[in-house]
Design a protein around this ligand. Structure first.
Ligand SMILES: NC(=O)c1ccc[n+]([C@@H]2O[C@H](COP(=O)([O-])OP(=O)(O)OC[C@H]3O[C@@H](n4cnc5c(N)ncnc54)[C@H](O)[C@@H]3O)[C@@H](O)[C@H]2O)c1
Length: 383
């Protein structure tokens, strides 16, 4: 099958990601059926789509005709069989739980047409493990969107151990057709590209918190002038619970060095999860926190974090998860706030400088995950 043959998309789950992905495919001109387990969840998803489209309309990014046309191509279902029986491409966006995803994939395998490709929007679970619940592992791929999916450009298209090149290509071409920026992830590997490259930064923040110095505000003040959101502020914004779960997961499957510190976990235990509870590292009750720039630490600067990113990115090349530095840069520049990727930044800063910065971090926290890779050392020596 080719992307041109895809006429109908089914999205399973109408939550934050499911409704955003549905909206993205509707805007791309596709017929989409969105399914959730209860009508009230379906309705909430539809309201979310209307809300996004309404905002596009208000800002002049969507005409009245485009609005009605997109919504006319949306259908909904509570019954799974009805949702997928004539779908060519199915995207699952249900909660992050292997058993649940496997149960749903076994049903998708039963009810979706034989030719249909089944894609999972999992953030962390192995695509290969999910695919094992089906008899069509060659037609199962990872399809990782970023939140909010209607706006964010990056889609990581992940090759599970059994995924065929043809299935990966269908996912890739479809993402391009709807105006996203797909990046193929060659190996089913923890955190894929975007989250993996960012995880060492979270590990560093967790350790700095444990040390007690610099404080989150002193640290952030050194970054705020050049970042739309400073690192601790961003963790508060996304949710400290999400950060702790990510670190727990990386500690389990990548390295124990990722274990979240007691100091970081104490926020979780106190129920201070950041913006959504009104209190995290900062008080959010009155809106975005005011960071006092005069408190900036001189111990850390942006190059320390870029060094961590570049180092982790070289691991992806060494492990064959990504094919080229450009692919990693493309993913990093489209999955979040940074306009350019780590390798492009490194070209400007110099690999030698970044190696020195990384060594400073490693000296403070001598754990393996902060150790320079062979590739980084070679690039620094070449420079
Ligand atoms: N939220 C993010 O930032 C983000 C980003 C990328 C990927 N993801 C991944 O996307 C997936 C969904 O996350 P979310 O944030 O949208 O979760 P969510 O809790 O907002 O939505 C999940 C939805 O799935 C529904 N659901 C549960 N079982 C179902 C079933 N059997 N069939 C159909 N629907 C079912 C729930 O009722 C709920 O509406 C997870 O795997 C998550 O890891 C999330």
């Amino acid at each position: 099958m080719k992307a041109e043959d895809v006429k109908k998309i089914a999205v399973i789950g109408a939550g934050d990601m499911g409704h955003g992905i549905t909206a993205a495919f509707l805007m791309g001109g596709f017929n989409v059926v969105m399914r959730d387990i209860e009508q009230e969840y379906v309705d909430k998803g539809v309201a979310g789509i209307k809300n996004s489209f309404g905002r596009f309309k208000d800002r002049g990014r969507m005409t009245e005709e485009a609005y009605s046309d997109a919504l006319s191509r949306l259908s909904t279902a509570v019954d799974l069989e009805e949702a997928v029986k004539d779908a060519d491409f199915v995207i699952e966006a249900i909660p992050e739980n292997l058993k649940l995803k496997q149960t749903v994939f076994a049903d998708l395998d039963k009810f979706a047409p034989d030719h249909a490709v089944l894609a999972t929007n999992t953030s962390n679970i192995s695509v290969t493990d999910i695919a094992s619940a089906t008899k069509r592992a060659d037609r199962v791929i990872g399809y990782h969107f970023f939140n909010p999916a209607v706006l964010m450009k990056l889609v990581e298209v992940i090759k599970g151990d059994e995924s065929s090149d043809e299935s990966v290509q269908v996912g890739y071409d479809l993402a391009e057709k709807i105006g996203k920026v797909p990046v193929t992830v060659q190996k089913d590997s923890p955190g894929f590209i975007y989250n993996r490259v960012n995880e060492p930064t979270l590990a560093l923040l967790s350790r700095i918190l444990e040390e007690g110095s610099p404080t989150p505000e002193e640290f952030d003040a050194a970054f705020k002038p050049i970042m739309p959101m400073a690192p601790f502020e961003l963790m508060d914004y996304v949710g400290i619970d999400i950060a702790v779960h990510g670190l727990d997961y990386f500690a389990e499957v990548v390295s124990k060095d990722y274990q979240p510190s007691a100091a970081l976990k104490s926020y979780l235990e106190a129920g201070n999860l950041g913006k959504k509870t009104g209190q995290g590292f900062y008080d959010w009750s009155g809106g975005r926190p005011q960071i006092d720039l005069s408190k900036a630490t001189s111990e850390y600067d942006p190059n320390h974090l870029i060094a961590l990113q570049v180092n982790e990115a070289t691991k992806l090349l060494e492990e064959g998860v990504a094919e080229t530095p450009d692919q990693i840069d493309l993913a990093m520049a489209n999955g979040g706030g940074a306009p350019i990727g780590p390798f492009a930044l490194a070209e400007g800063i110099g690999y030698q400088t970044l190696l020195e910065k990384l060594e400073e971090v490693h000296k403070k926290f001598p754990v393996d995950i902060f150790k320079a890779t062979k590739t980084l050392k070679e690039k620094a020596a070449e420079a």
